[in-house]
Design a protein around this ligand. Structure first.
Ligand code: EPZ
Length: 425
């Protein structure tokens, strides 16, 4: 998908109406795929999203010796005929962030792993010191290879330990959990992330025979087991994709039903949309956003670890607020560089001033279409939404960023009554 550069052409001004079924969660799917490397049986994963990050993770699994068979749309069976290789291929590993979960899963499985420093969106420093801290506590010897571009981890015997993380991090919580489920004795992880993806990985590990307790709270306890086996597991719906559609519906003054969602995961977003003046209702597995004829009020948004407002939805929310009545303040507390879409929004007529980690947004009546470029995944989603409610045509470049995290987005949006198409450049 990345080889052929494409653009999305959007004719703005139409509301998002109808119903959309939300796909499996990217950030869960990629973690589950790495965790599957711990299984000595056969794993069936269902509801994986059709995105390039999933393809990259499947490519890594194949390269280290897994047999991967597609058994339906989003359904994959993963089987290791023998022990996988401890080293992941550098080129694929550097394409994305979640490849770093192979550090922990291969350590757990083999007592050794060799993994290049991961890639992913350019939104800030994104160090991995807390991952290394977790591994070291388990008795892992860490050495740098290839001038520091890859890490080698070695622990013939992983030993359960207590780890207190210095900050809330999804990645280090999951990575340490992956290694610890095969350590001897008990591991206690404190000050951990409580994101749904953490609970998801814990549930999946338990389905394979691990003993992980407390995921979703501030402390996780893991009793090491001798072996993990096979299982079948269905990935949860994507709360960030759902939030993106909710914000798109609100920004275009539409009326959208989202199916296959977990409303509890969406509470921070629903609360902010209500605060801005929209109608949000929900049932067991659905949410409706009613924005017909409603112009949002300016609000204050601050990103926080779960259950706070997710950083991954900050760029789409900022885009929506450019046309709010009055001013808004958006504070980004997770990443240093997550206002990558602001230049594009300004090109489209928005009034936004970024000072450090805060964006001050003065609402304008209308944005106008322009040529803009996605600099990362969620900045791409933000500019796409801006194009949907701007007048005239928007030409969005850098589409490969969007393909990393949103499955069939253009087709889904077209089915909701807005006008857009992909073109090859
Ligand atoms: C995950 O990244 C997601 N990615 C991100 O989504 C998401 O923004 C983030 O969690 C927060 O919710 C995947 O799941 C693949 P962190 P992760 O470790 O795990 C700092 C998207 O758009 N930190 O929770 O890498 C770090 O720099 C992506 O889908 C350290 O300082 O995030 C950041 O400021 C983007 N040292 C903060 O903690 C460490 O060792 C939170 O990072 C680890 C993290």
């Amino acid at each position: 998908m990345e080889n052929q550069e494409e653009a999305i052409l959007i004719q703005g001004g139409k509301p998002l109406n109808g119903a959309v079924k939300i796909n499996g969660a990217k950030n869960s799917a990629v973690a589950l795929l790495a965790a599957a490397a711990l299984s000595e049986g056969s794993v069936l994963l269902e509801n994986l999203p059709n995105i390039s990050d999933v393809d990259v993770m499947l490519g890594i699994l194949k390269a280290i010796g897994f047999h991967v068979s597609k058994e339906g749309e989003g359904v994959y069976r993963l089987t290791a005929q023998a022990d996988p290789l401890p080293r992941t291929p550098d080129e694929l590993t550097r394409k994305m962030r979640a490849s770093y979960y192979f550090m922990g899963s291969l350590l757990g499985r083999l007592g050794e792993s060799s993994v290049a420093l991961p890639g992913g969106c350019d939104i800030g420093e994104r160090p991995i010191d807390q991952h290394l801290k977790g591994f070291k506590a388990l008795g892992v010897k860490i050495t740098e290879e290839d001038g520091g571009s890859r890490y080698h981890f070695l622990a013939p015997k992983l030993k359960g330990a207590a780890v207190f993380f210095d900050m809330i991090t999804v990645g280090a919580t999951i990575n340490t959990m992956l290694a610890a489920c095969r350590a001897s004795g008990t591991t206690t992880l404190e000050n951990v992330a409580r994101e749904p993806e953490v609970i998801e990985v814990a549930n999946f590990l338990n389905a394979m025979g691990a003993e992980v307790r407390g995921a979703g709270t501030e402390t996780i306890r893991i009793r090491g087991v001798k072996k993990l086996g096979g299982c079948s597991y269905t990935c949860i719906p994507d709360r960030i994709e759902a939030g993106t559609y909710m914000i798109a519906a609100a920004a275009t003054k539409g009326n959208l039903l989202l199916e296959n969602v977990i409303p509890e995961h969406m509470e921070a977003v629903s609360a902010k949309l209500r605060e801005a003046g929209f109608g949000v209702s929900s049932g067991l597995d659905w949410i409706r956003v009613n924005a017909t004829g409603i112009r949002p009020q300016g609000i204050m948004v601050q990103t926080l670890p779960y259950p706070g407002f997710p950083t991954d939805l900050q760029p789409p929310m900022t885009a929506m607020l450019t046309c709010a009545e009055g001013s808004s303040r958006v504070v980004e507390t997770i990443y240093e560089r997550r206002f990558g879409s602001v230049d594009g929004l300004i090109t489209m007529g928005a009034t936004v001033r970024v000072e450090g980690q805060t964006a001050w947004v003065e609402g304008v009546e209308q944005l106008h279409g322009a040529e803009v470029t996605a600099t990362d995944l969620r900045a791409g989603a933000a500019l796409l939404i801006a194009g949907l409610f701007a007048t005239g045509e928007t030409r969005l470049l850098g589409v490969h960023h969007i393909d990393r995290g949103y499955g069939n987005m253009v087709e889904q949006l077209m089915s909701l009554g807005v006008q857009l198409k992909r073109v090859t450049l």
